[in-house]
Design a protein around this ligand. Sequence first.
Ligand SMILES: [Zn+2]
Length: 283
Amino acid sequence: MGDGAFSACHQGRVAEVYVKFLSASTTMWRVIKSEGTQAQYSFESAHKTGSQSLGTVRVPASMQRAWTIVDTLNALYWKRNNPSSACWTKHQETGACDTLTFVWEQNRTDSGYWDYPDTNYVILGQNEPDSKHTILHEAGHWLQWQLYDHAFPRVSGCNPHYIEQASSTSCAWTEGFADAVAAYTLGDYRYVDDSGASTSLRNDPDTADWDAGDKVQGRVGSSLLDLWAPDGPDGGNWDRTIELMSDEFSQNFREYFVSDRPAGGLSTTGPARTILGSHTITY
Ligand SMILES: [Zn+2]
């Protein structure tokens, strides 16, 4: 039922019934309170007897951000383009999927990152889940690691990093990919932070205050979004890049474009080359 309605049934005699909600979706993704306890957020509906409407069930205010994360990850899961199993990527078989784990706690401050290569959890705190782009950007890092079957580019020169400023080729590739995952999943072309401040990813060679080339994550991210665009050269979506990344590891955007796209049957000339040029990347 698309409106969020549900019915729960139990056969036999019971004194009272209620529905318990956990901050997870099947075993594909979950939100936990801390790495230590691994406990999920949970709450219970009103306790009833017999057949009765529960009315509208609301997540308690103190844990709403956990459910924002659970909800937001749905959109990425359904775009994951894994035709071979229920898992996030084709590297795992149904029933043996890796779980995407987010840790979120309202008072946590050492947060806003994907904890690679330690727990491989996404760590969020405070109001960070108010940004769907942040949720999906961090999930995008995890997804890239999954697509590469638990491998990830060696990233250097990435702290700090900014959308419009040069960092390194490895940083711009991984951060640009994560930005593109968020924008692609949400169907926009920007990064909105948890305060609501929006940064457009639109850029061309004349865009003021933007550095040039493939060390700039915004240049890489916008190139990917244009390649995946409805009128783009990759067939109107990111599916062939997802398929390609499942087979070919790329250390940086140059390797993705120059070496691995041809291996995956994707173009590097014509409109694809023009797209990169419009974002100051020439190979
Ligand atoms: Zn990032």
